[in-house]
Design a protein around this ligand. Structure first.
Ligand code: SAM
Ligand code: SF4
Length: 331
């Protein structure tokens, strides 16, 4: 039996919709079936699940994601409520940054400090082509959101880069350099075959070690910097204020140290990014009036099964008939 890990981190998708259409996240041209508003877990339902189900089972760290979480109405209020739960040790958000300039202050005032902003390119044209926002450039507004988040004092401020061969891999050193003068943490993510299999088939992925070597050749790279909570291997360019991290789910299997579960926007609890086995529909249970203690027992059983459910054949992605995009799963 695989080793058991402490699972205390819940990625919560707040909405499946998105105002971008990133090439690596969604299949080109395909229509996605968005959830009806009535199918989304409401704030009160989510809080109840945290209080009655997840926190008693030891979950203390929560990441809000999507789709695009900044599209969720009253997000700041929800953040303030989660942050106020006595058990919450950590609350963080992953966003594409497009609406950040206008929402950053409210998020900060609500108690959010940890933020991950996706930034795949410093070149507006490449950025828009990747984000599917050509014709109405979004780069400038995302960049402005990042600056405002920095000025407000978000910390850690992480920049997520999904590396796509032949698209943004020529500017990886420029992106890594963002970690030098400011305490920004640039995280390079290996492209996974989820969401857009055709693009993955055409382009493939760049191993993290290749990127590390390029950074090493340019500046050197200090190894063994303090590791974060997640799967990133963290390094530092000598003298830099921030770090460079690598999420290498394709080249290095970290399933055995997986510490998370995922809650979808419509309340399905998913034990593993790449394997839906054992999923629990918590929202329906809740709405049917099932005692939260029983839901907790179901989640506890799933936690026990998780080490065996954890998928370990990442190269084949989710070609297991589920066909979900990252925007639907929550990344
Ligand atoms: N919309 C927000 C954003 O883009 O940051 C949050 C949701 S997004 C699904 C969460 C993370 O998943 C992002 O950092 C995104 O870059 C990453 N992601 C999406 N599709 C991916 C893929 N096929 N391979 C690797 N990472 C992916
Ligand atoms: Fe939207 Fe994020 Fe997916 Fe891009 S990666 S399409 S921003 S959910």
């Amino acid at each position: 039996m695989p080793p058991t890990n402490i699972v205390d981190y819940l990625r919560i998708s707040l909405i499946d919709r998105c105002n971008f259409r990133c090439q690596y996240c969604m299949p080109e041209g395909a229509e996605l079936d968005y959830l009806l508003k009535s199918s989304l877990l409401q704030d009160d339902e989510l809080l109840l699940l945290l209080r009655e189900v997840f926190i008693p089972l030891g979950f203390t760290r929560f990441r809000l994601t999507g789709g695009e979480p900044l599209l969720r109405p009253n997000l700041s209020n929800l953040i303030a409520r989660i942050a106020a739960l006595p058990a919450t040790q950590d609350i963080s958000l992953t966003t594409n940054g497009f609406l950040l300039a206008q929402q950053a202050r409210a998020l900060y005032n609500a108690g959010l400090r940890r933020i991950n902003i996706s930034l795949d390119s410093l070149n507006a044209e490449t950025f828009d082509s990747l984000a599917g926002t050509k014709g109405r450039s979004r780069w400038q507004q995302v960049w402005q959101g990042i600056q405002i988040a920095h000025e407000l004092g978000f910390n850690p401020l992480k920049l997520n880069v999904v590396v796509i061969p032949g698209v943004n891999d020529s500017e990886l050193l420029d992106l890594a350099a963002l970690s030098i003068d400011r305490a920004w943490h640039v995280r390079f993510i290996e492209f996974m075959p989820i969401g857009n299999d055709a693009l993955f088939g055409d382009r493939g992925w760049v191993p993290s070690e290749e990127i590390r070597q390029r950074i090493r050749d340019r500046w050197g790279l200090a190894e063994g910097a303090v590791q974060g909570n997640g799967p990133a291997d963290v390094f530092q360019i000598p003298g830099a204020q921030g770090t460079v991290g690598f999420i290498s789910q394709m080249s290095e299997c970290f399933c055995d140290r997986c510490n998370r579960m995922r809650l979808s926007a419509d309340g399905w609890l998913r034990p593993c990014l790449l394997n839906e086995t054992g999923q629990i529909d918590l929202k329906t249970g809740l709405r049917e009036g099932i005692d939260p203690k029983l839901l907790r027992q179901q989640v506890q059983t799933l936690l026990q099964l998780k080490p065996e459910i954890n998928y370990k054949e990442r190269e084949s992605g989710t070609t297991m008939g589920y066909g979900k995009t990252m925007s639907q799963i929550g990344g």
